[in-house]
Design a protein around this ligand. Structure first.
Ligand code: ADP
Ligand code: MG
Length: 402
């Protein structure tokens, strides 16, 4: 696959799809990791003296309810990203508030070699997530070459990730992947195809987005030797086995599936659980066996016996893929489980290949000071999961290849 390294683009307009979907706290960027991760590709294009157009989505924009649309647009304004990028590169970044039309075209036409234009949030456009062909035509017309460097969005066939490069290729224009995507593909490749001497392969799944993640288990059971399940997903499995789960979160329409997955014999569930009487204002907190969570309580973290059980499995592993905190790690009382997982993986340094895929898992590991102990911390949560699920294929990357 062609990379940005191979492009000869002096004076050409290069559209780069980045992943600037950064978190905000009170209107301020709280973690600029994703912007920093895009710098190698941007710097390379600067050195090549290209005219650089950057596009990314930021959050979600509801296009059904006009009141919500306006509120979402206000909340997910890309302008602060331009400012932060400018600070990181010590240069002026132009910003286009328009996502299409004459105003955008004029700004692109005004670009000089070695200048950067960041376009407002792609999801301001209703057609973006629908891969609208008209929008693809318009955005494709703005550039001579395209670079895909948004790994976190590569699992989505949207206009900016799929429609534009597909069209450019038809027109015989150059498309390539950026350095970030190249690194992700290489590292995640090692958990997509795991050879015998890199086993046992242990996956750890947690987090909150059960309906998104539970589908992946189907393919993980075929690839992994063990799947350790914590986080909110655990309760769907525990309920499927006939246990009482109190007020813990559960996906009732996934119970049969969860039972089937459990019957593969590869899934390891929590044996004890830290429960609380309330999520928002926990007062009564206790550790109890996982098979009998009483009414009025909900599971918030894995317990100490489960930590030992999981640690034992992790210690044997030669390859580890971890997606999703095993407890509500944002609250001090429920972070022991996630901390222990981080530490157990960190202790494998030099002995095993360890990968984190998932925004919250990555920030937990950063918060606990273990970030440099992992072999690879992926910038894409959903994308890394889907890449494993689809045997290394993602639409936004496949479209670049031949
Ligand atoms: P990632 O971003 O790593 O893919 P998710 O976004 O799926 O992970 O989930 C992260 C969230 O899951 C965290 O905010 C954490 O508080 C939450 N979580 C973990 N365990 C539980 C639980 N038992 N109950 C409710 N939320 C949980
Ligand atoms: Mg998350």
């Amino acid at each position: 696959m062609k990379t940005v390294r191979d492009l000869d683009v002096k004076g050409k307009r290069v559209l780069v799809r980045c992943d600037f979907n950064v978190p905000f706290v009170n209107g301020v960027i709280s973690d600029d990791n994703r912007i920093v991760a895009a710098l190698p590709t941007i710097r390379d294009l600067l050195q090549k003296d290209a005219k650089i157009i950057l596009m990314s989505h930021l959050g979600k924009v509801d296009h059904k309810d006009p009141v919500k649309t306006e509120a979402d647009k206000k909340k997910n304004n890309m302008a602060p990203v331009a400012k932060r990028l400018g600070e990181l590169l010590s240069m002026d970044i132009k910003f286009s508030p328009a996502t299409r039309g004459e105003e955008l075209k004029a700004m692109v036409d005004g670009l000089k070699n070695g200048e950067i234009l960041l376009v407002q949030n792609t999801r301001y456009e209703k057609g973006e997530t629908k891969n609208d062909p008209e929008l693809a035509k318009e955005w494709a017309s703005l550039c001579d070459a395209f670079v895909m460097d948004a790994f976190g969005s590569a699992h989505r066939a949207h206009v900016s990730t799929y429609g534009v490069p597909a069209l450019l290729k038809e027109e015989g224009k150059e498309t390539a992947i950026g350095y970030l995507v190249e690194k992700e593909v290489k590292s995640l490749g090692r958990v997509v195809h795991v050879s015998e001497d890199e086993r046992p392969f242990v996956a750890i799944l947690g987090g909150f987005k059960v309906s998104d993640k539970i589908k992946v288990i189907d393919s993980l059971v075929k690839k992994c030797d063990k799947i350790l399940i914590g986080g909110a997903m655990a309760y769907t499995f525990l309920k499927a086995l006939g246990h009482k789960i109190g007020h813990s979160p559960v996906e009732d329409d996934q119970l049969d599936y969860a039972k089937r997955m459990y019957e593969t014999g590869k899934i390891v569930l929590p044996i004890d659980t830290v429960v609380a009487d309330s999520f928002d204002d926990p007062k009564d907190i206790k550790t109890i066996p996982s098979d009998d969570i009483p009414e009025g309580y909900q599971g918030m973290d894995i317990g100490p016996n489960t930590i030992e059980l999981f640690k034992g499995e992790i210690a044997k592993a030669k390859t580890v893929f971890w997606n999703g905190p095993v407890g509500v790690f944002e609250k001090k009382q429920f972070q022991a489980g996630t901390f222990a997982i981080c530490k157990a993986c960190a202790e494998l340094k030099g002995k095993a290949f360890t990968v984190i895929g998932g925004g919250d898992s990555a920030s937990a590991c950063k918060q606990f000071g273990f970030k440099d102990e992992f072999s690879h911390v992926s910038t894409g949560g959903g994308a890394s999961l889907e890449m494993i699920e689809n045997d290394g294929h993602l639409p936004g990357i496949d479209v670049i290849g031949d």
